[in-house]
Structure formats: structure tokens, C-alpha cells
Design a protein. Sequence first.
Length: 81
Amino acid sequence: MRAVPLAEAIEITEVRMVVEGLCAAKAAQRVTEAEIAELREIRAGMSGAVEAGEIQAARGHLGSVVHALRKAANRTSTAAS
């Protein structure tokens, strides 16, 4: 593993933001009713964790959201790789 200079890290982050935004938009177009229900359950769990001050649990729920969105976006061969 190599050290990444700050300027390069910023560039990588900016590119990821654009690509991940596009993937999220595609996921929104392809999401199924079951996935919507899954996201609603995750949101409820995340909200409960935040209200209870359980930040680690909330972060875990956020990871589940990302996974669900990627699952929907991955219906394209490019996003899957």
C-alpha cells in the first residue's frame, strides 16, 4: 500500500462523489418495492439508534443503506465491477 498525497486523495474523493451519486440515481430508477421496504426498515432502525445516542449502531444502519443502494445499482454490469 502506498501513501496517497493529499491532493490525490481529494481528487479521488471528488470522482467517487460523482460516480456514487450516479449509482444512487440509477439505483433509485431500478429499486424494487421489496428494496424500498428494506430501506424503510433500515431508516427506522437508524432513527431509533440516533435518538438513543447509539452512534455505532446508527453507522451500522448507514452501511446497510449503502449496501441496499449498491444492490439496486448493480443491475448494471459496469456498476457491479
